[in-house]
Design a protein around this ligand. Sequence first.
Ligand code: GDP
Ligand code: MG
Length: 235
Amino acid sequence: MFSELSLEPTRYKYVLIPVATIGCGKTTVFRTLNELFPNWSHIQNDNIPKSPSKSQLVDSCLTELAKPEVDVVLCDRNNHVFRERSQLFDQFLALKENFLPADIGLKFIAVNFVKSTLTKDKLWDITLSKVSKRGNNHQSIKFNEDEDHARSVMLGFVRRFKYLDTSVEPDSLFDDVIEMDIENENFSFNNTKKVIQELSKFPELQKAGIDKVDDTQLKSAFEKALSYVPTFTKT
Ligand code: GDP
Ligand code: MG
């Protein structure tokens, strides 16, 4: 009788949250997805100028999700420590009502780039090889300009990295986890495919035809994503 007063969501929008370090292919996977699904929004923390506001990333994500055509936001940041994951949950839940009506719920999907069996040594080797090849082609990590600095920033992320642990908060708050594998050549192609497969089970996304993507479309989107050159420099 009072169903119109119910605060239960009747439909969901999706927030993809990486758990990663530098060079795991977050931006490549997200750009490939964005090529395939132009209505999804890719918000890169690396494109947000440093500012005193601590919630700019979440504000930007929610601004996008408030648009009727946007069902998925790709929240591109490493989130390599529990504090960063907690901060995202806290901010999304606190700020959501400023942007979205109560009948739209959010599902938080972890995109886990560092599986539990990948050692930190292996993580370091794989990502160093990718980031050294990326060279200066990044908003803030200019590998060719100052290799020592780039290595020390990367090493800090790997050392501090906390593996995903869904048995305790904050990681238990994820609605779903999609496991990535970065231990093969062209891992971002396979990883994007896996994200699409896993998201196909959600009714809103299935309705939008997410499972209709074929390998040819995926390959062409992946190649475009690999040649991505950022236009913004973050200091
Ligand atoms: P992020 O720091 O996690 O956002 O990592 P990026 O997406 O920037 O990837 C790091 C570097 O590896 C970039 O130069 C990418 O072009 C490259 N890269 C990412 N995925 C692949 C892949 O599957 N194959 C190849 N050959 N290069 C990749
Ligand atoms: Mg990136």
